[in-house]
Ligand binder design. Structure first.
Ligand code: ACO
Length: 325
């Protein structure tokens, strides 16, 4: 009998994500997941196939998607040892519509979508930036926005595939799916291709308890993701800066925190926070002595920056190392 292992495939290799042109359906780019253990278990393998290909194809604008599973050979059941039912497994994580078409049907359907008006990201426009010849826009909304729910249902799988320990936001839970979850979408906007999804972030506002001050909250960045083909182009940094600017301007947000940042996100946050403090000129007001004494002025600067104590201390340490103090 052939060894069972011969029928196990690496799930990170077998899964391929792709973005497709909304106007032609043509594949624009492909990439693989970083993690599949939340879906296929610790070993990140799928049992029972040869040359397995699991395609998660997305329309580049509204991220409507399809799942297409194919293989050259499937292991015949031996007693209780059967090939994993991949479609059933994925149904737990994806909307039902994702299983209605195969890849060919999905690609063919994109140019024929019936829409009343061209796609625009959910919610309201927040800000835009021009980088070279390209325009990027950030839109924001809350989870109770139906258009946001549809988009999130398609893209939440990205959290499992790219953020270690990431988990879904419960979209239908009354208690959570209210205005306390704010979602920010980053899109590229071009005249010929319309909007193309680049990344998104979810931010939860939780109340800041104070006997004297009312309606204040802390903003906690919960998930933050840039699609792999767009990483390392400065999008994450600019997106983070825009989120911080938004919450700095909010009169009701006292502090901006981050939930379980990954190593790469911590690096990004450190660099951007340090840059923000440096360019605001606050280091000119501080000395090594004043930092060590933890003066009122020091505390005022931290509060104005809306940084948690630990993050502010990290920035001061980095500033000391860089000789900025
Ligand atoms: N050319 C080459 N490199 C560049 C360019 C450029 N034009 N612009 C920036 N870079 C470099 C930066 O200097 C930085 O380098 P470093 O890592 O050596 O410091 C690096 O690229 C990343 O900076 P950005 O491009 O601004 O960030 P990016 O768009 O890649 O986003 C992020 C970073 C969010 C971590 C992204 O990689 C990602 O989504 N990863 C997967 C998911 C993840 O880990 N999310 C965070 C989880 S934590 C949480 O959700 C709270």
């Amino acid at each position: 009998m052939e060894p069972i292992d011969e029928w196990s495939v690496d799930a990170n290799e077998a899964l391929t994500l792709s973005l497709h042109s909304p106007t032609s359906g043509k594949q624009l780019t492909t990439f693989h997941p970083k993690y599949t253990y939340p879906i296929f278990g610790e070993s990140e393998t799928i049992f029972g196939y040869r040359n397995l290909n699991v395609r998660l194809a997305f329309a580049a604008d509204n991220m409507a998607m399809c799942v297409d599973v194919n293989w050259t050979e499937q292991k015949k059941p031996v007693g209780e040892v059967v090939a994993e039912n991949i479609t059933e497994t994925l149904k737990e994580y994806l909307p039902a519509e994702a299983f209605e078409k195969d890849l060919e049907g999905f690609e063919a359907s994109l140019p024929n979508r019936k829409t009343n008006k061209p796609f625009a990201p959910p919610g309201t426009f927040l800000t835009s930036s021009q980088i070279g010849s390209k325009t990027y826009e950030i839109w924001t909304t809350t989870v109770d926005d139906p258009a946001c729910k549809v988009l999130l249902a398609n893209i939440q799988i990205l959290v499992l595939l790219y953020i270690e320990g990431g988990s879904y936001i419960e979209l239908d839970d009354e208690e959570w799916s209210n205005k306390r979850w704010k979602i920010f979408f980053l899109y590229e906007k071009s005249e010929h291709a319309g909007y193309s999804f680049i990344g998104y972030s979810t931010v939860y506002s939780y109340y800041y308890f104070s006997s004297t001050l009312k309606d204040l909250s802390r903003a906690r960045i919960s998930q933050f993701l840039i699609l792999p083909p767009y990483q390392r182009h400065g999008h994450g940094s600019r997106f983070y800066d825009a989120l911080i600017k938004h919450y700095l301007a909010s009169e009701t947000t006292l502090e901006i925190t981050v939930e379980d940042p990954s190593e790469s996100f911590s690096d990004l946050r450190d660099l951007r926070d340090l840059h923000r403090l440096e360019t605001s000129g606050v280091f000119n007001k501080l000395t090594l002595q004043s930092v060590a004494a933890h003066t009122f002025q020091h505390e005022d600067i931290r509060k104005a920056a809306k940084m948690p104590q630990r993050q502010f201390n990290r920035c001061l340490e980095m500033a000391l190392l860089k000789g900025l103090l």
